[in-house]
Structure formats: C-alpha cells, structure tokens
Design a protein around this ligand. Sequence first.
Ligand code: C2E
Ligand code: MG
Ligand code: MG
Ligand code: MG
Length: 273
Amino acid sequence: RAKENGRGRAIEYDPELDRERQRVAELETLLKNAIGNGAIEAVFQPLVSATTGVVTGLEALARWRTATGNISPEIFIPLAERCGLIDALGGHMLKTSIEHAKNWPGLALSVNVSPVQLCNPEFAAEVISLLQELDFDPRRLTLEITEGVLMTNPDQARRSIDHLKQVGIKFALDDFGCGYASIGALRQFGFDRMKIDRSLVSALDQASNGADVLKATISLATALQIPVTAEGIENIRQAAVLREAGCDQLQGYLIGKPMSALDITSLLHEQAA
Ligand code: C2E
Ligand code: MG
Ligand code: MG
Ligand code: MG
C-alpha cells in the first residue's frame, strides 16, 4: 500500500519501519507498567572526596530489569522523554532514592533530572512538596542536569532552578565537556558543581594532550569558584591526574560501581569500622 505525501509523490510502504514502530509501542507499554509496578529501581554510585577517599555522597541511577534482560537508561530515558512518561519515572526515582538516602544520614544525594522535567512549570513545587512529605533536608539534595535544557528553554529552566535553589537544593552541570555547555551557562544558572564527562577522563589514556584539556577545564571551574567532580575514573593514573589538577570529588568504577541500596549500606558500615 502506497501513501501520498503532501507533494503528491508516493511513499513506498516499508514493512521494516512498521515493525520498528510496533516494537517502540510495545516498549512504551512495558515501560509504563514498569514505572507503575516498581520494576524501575535506583542503584547508587559512591562520590568520594578526592583528598581523603571518604564517601561523601551517592548518585542515584535508574535500572530497568526485565525478564529478558536489563535495558539501559540510555535507551529508556529518551524513550520516556518522547512518550510523556518522564515525569512519572523521574518522580518515582526521586521518591525511592530519597527513601533510601534517609538510611544514610549526613550523605549527599544526587539525582539526575531530565531537561523535560525541568521545563515542566509544576516541577519545582512538586519536588519541594515531596521533600516535605518525606521529611528530607533539601540541602542534602543535588539535581544533576545536562546542558540541553539551558539552550532549548532557558527561561523555564531558570525559573525552576531559582525556585529550587531558594530552598537549598543544589545543581550540578552533568557531562561537562561532551556537548555545548559553556562558561556562560555555569555562571548564569548558578551551578554549584561541574561534573566532567567521562570522555574527557578517558582521553587521558588516549590523547597526548588529554591532561592539558582536563587541567584547563578544571582551572576554568576553579576561576568561577565552582567545585569539580570527575566521572568515569577507571584507573589510578586518572585519579592521580585529576586530584593533582584540583578536582575535589571523584566517581567511577575504580572507586565503586553503581550498586544496590543494600550494598551501599554495607559499604558505609565498612567505612565506619
Ligand atoms: P550520567 O548521569 O552521566 O551517569 C554516569 C554514567 O556513567 C552511568 O551510566 C554510570 O553507570 C556510568 N559510569 C560510572 N562510572 C563509570 C566508569 O568508571 N566507567 C564507565 N564506563 N562508566 C561509568 P548509566 O547508569 O548507564 O546511566 C547513563 C545515563 O542515563 C546517565 O548518565 C544519565 O544521564 C541517565 N540516567 C540514569 N538514571 C537516570 C534517571 O533516574 N533520570 C534521568 N533523567 N536520567 C538518568
Ligand atoms: Mg549524572
Ligand atoms: Mg555524567
Ligand atoms: Mg554521562
């Protein structure tokens, strides 16, 4: 069956495209159910002090385990954004990760927030009432956002960020160095922290000027008095370079992989002992 497009030319029926659309529709339904029945879980990755190695915070990361295997957040987060499920998914992640973090007093909690959520005018008020409901200190919460939103809807992003900063919530600019995030954005939106993307960290082992690029990026943040976290640290050499360059917080497989809330609790007990 051939359809006509606006210009009157026939478009060939493509069975493969049809199957692809059906797969996406099925995945959407599965995702909707997964959010509803708690099949989306939070795991936590340690954030440690670069100087002492002590765990000072945890980043919550979403996991979707299905009967046929795990689906990566790189797949289901964009899917949720496209099909209108990101507010529900994001709300669920925020709620469950805060409930877990209440068992880890004194530690900071970082939660990733989609640009789509931040552009929702209700978002800030919803987060604030959730914190009240769960009796969680807003000063312990950092929201990690990528720079996309700052370009597409700067006015709404600004309003949400300002509102949330007023109650003491902090903001980290995630994945710095892999997109278009600028010095301007760091300043104008009042970010409390910069997270250097893991591609810049892994460049240390590949490009001869990798260390120079990293050092320049960190000095930039330092000049703006913004502390820096380096993500994706996989070996001791990378950790040493970053510490030397002035990063105050490290994160990566070398230090700790994302793990269940239960494993975090044992890790914290070991650290205390
Ligand atoms: P992100 O926020 O930049 O999180 C860091 C990602 O790097 C995580 O991947 C983490 O597992 C991975 N990682 C950490 N250390 C290392 C390392 O040493 N080596 C390597 N190779 N990888 C490392 P993950 O969990 O697959 O998440 C991917 C992205 O999906 C996240 O990037 C974030 O943008 C998004 N995401 C995850 N959970 C959520 C969520 O609850 N909400 C939203 N909006 N986005 C989320
Ligand atoms: Mg993040
Ligand atoms: Mg990141
Ligand atoms: Mg990343």
